[in-house]
Design a protein around this ligand. Structure first.
Ligand code: HEC
Length: 263
């Protein structure tokens, strides 16, 4: 699922509905900061939040530490890995962040094309890339993650209408000028991480691109331009981390069982 949950907003403890669309963990290490409003400065700072958030895991840091301490493999590995050898929140969140740094998705077809493999993209996809550049999407979606490196206002030319109460960056800085500034999301693997926007209101890439063109750039794309840009965006899907859950028992016959994390 491209490191997301493909839900408008995520479901937490006791089936509580979260307030905002979950950003992908893939390539999160390339982000300028974490969360849509950037309230965590890095992955380590982010990792402590969900454990104790009553709407997410509804646990406490003390209990999380106790659980890990009760598992001998963790205590011995923490002793080997960390200078002070402690199982504590600082080391736990650093371990989670170090793991997340491995969740990158190299070798997208677009990367291969940039490296000189002219056959990696079709004519339509190259046309989409040209439109993406010429229309001005690259003003915000640029760099190694094709985004993730700045905060920008959502609704520059035209206001974005939403039922969500999220105020974006203003929640962090307290500055009115930052109202409705959100972290520009990475567009890597964007074909997999639907639905789109911080409120999850755009179900398809076509919708998201159409909204972006109108609200951010004051442009109405033709159907052809929309199809081209969407085709280009799909070339940003890279090699996905290969999650294997070791806890799955072997199936009784030799056919592998379908499992969302294991295919
Ligand atoms: C002025 C900056 C800016 C420009 C220009 C811009 N975007 Fe965005 N883009 C954003 C921001 C900010 C968001 C996040 C909006 C939100 O949900 O709050 C975003 C979100 C998106 C998303 C949804 C990604 C997701 O994971 O939810 C897509 C797709 C996208 N942009 C594509 C484009 C395309 C294609 C163009 C050109 C037509 C474009 N953008 C132009 C800033 C920009």
């Amino acid at each position: 699922m491209g490191g997301s949950d493909n839900l408008k907003t995520s479901i937490g403890h006791n089936w509580q509905k979260g307030p905002i669309n979950s950003p992908t963990v893939l390539n999160a290490t390339l982000n300028i900061a974490q969360f849509w409003d950037g309230r965590a400065k890095d992955l380590k700072e982010q990792a402590g939040g969900p454990i104790a958030n009553p709407g997410e895991m509804a646990f406490t840091h003390e209990l999380a530490v106790d659980v890990l301490k009760s598992i001998p493999q963790y205590t011995s590995e923490f002793r080997q890995v960390f200078p002070n050898g402690k199982v504590d929140m600082a080391n736990i969140t650093q371990a989670i962040a170090a793991f997340e740094e491995t969740l990158v998705t190299p070798n997208a077809r677009f990367d291969k094309w940039l490296k000189g493999d002219r056959k990696a993209l079709t004519a339509q996809e190259v046309r989409g890339y040209q439109t993406f550049k010429n229309a001005g999407c690259v003003a915000c979606h640029n760099g190694p993650a094709v985004g993730g490196n700045s905060f920008q206002k959502f609704g520059i030319v035209e206001a974005y209408k939403t039922a969500s109460t999220a105020q974006g960056r203003m929640a962090v800085t307290g500055k009115d000028a930052d109202r409705f500034n959100f972290k520009v999301p990475t567009l890597r693997n964007v074909e997999l991480t639907y639905p789109y926007f911080h409120d999850g209101e755009a179900a398809t890439l076509h919708q998201a691109v159409d909204t972006m063109a109108r609200l951010q750039l004051g442009r109405t794309f033709s159907d052809g331009e929309l199809n081209d840009v969407v085709a280009f965006l799909k070339t940003l899907t890279g090699e996905q981390p290969n999650f294997k859950l070791p806890i799955l028992p072997p199936s009784s016959d030799s056919t592998p069982r379908p499992h969302p994390f294991n295919d």
